[in-house]
Design a protein around this ligand. Structure first.
Ligand SMILES: [Zn+2]
Length: 168
């Protein structure tokens, strides 16, 4: 996938690897007030770049921990984070709109299973552990996705349909 901003300044032709993200953005467009859309330059921030910002700057993880969360190497995490910070700074300093979209990622979800009724369901990270099955009310539920330990069968994700590869 090639991401080109409207200025044509930044292209990233190299093949994308899949990164893990735990959340989807709440909103996907930020625009400075009082500027017509057609007069606005736009910066495109990939989902995984937003995730790197979240982990490093909001959750205060160090780069080793952030890399582990996103299932990439530390240099890759550092590069994603650097590009993300540059883009956000560019938008803030130069009054550009910020569009959040695309990239190569999958949403890491926790999978729970009820032993009483066999129901399985997924929940994103950071939402707390469920107390009971929401179908039958049993408290006999267990986590099925192996606690983020690599590419287990419990990883439910979406993205661009790449084969899953480990980060460089
Ligand atoms: Zn149940």
């Amino acid at each position: 996938m090639t991401i080109t901003n409207p200025d044509g300044l930044r292209t990233m032709p190299r093949p994308k690897r899949i990164r893990q993200v735990a959340t989807q953005p709440r909103t996907d467009y930020f625009k400075p007030r009082g500027i017509l859309l057609r007069e606005l330059s736009e910066v495109v921030l990939a989902i995984e770049e937003l995730e790197a910002l979240r982990l490093a700057d909001l959750d205060d993880l160090n780069q080793a921990a952030g890399a582990e969360r996103m299932d990439v190497s530390r240099p890759t995490f550092a590069r994603i984070l650097h590009e993300a910070r540059q883009k956000v700074a560019d938008a803030l300093v130069n009054g550009k709109a910020l569009r959040i979209e695309g990239g190569a990622f999958e949403v890491a979800l926790r999978v729970f299973r009820c032993a009483a009724c066999d129901k399985e369901w997924t929940m994103p990270f950071g939402t707390g552990r469920p107390d009971r099955c929401n179908a039958c009310g049993s408290v006999n539920i267990s986590r099925m996705d192996g606690q983020r330990s690599g590419a287990g069968p419990g990883r439910h994700g979406f993205g661009l349909g790449h084969g899953r590869k480990r980060g460089a």
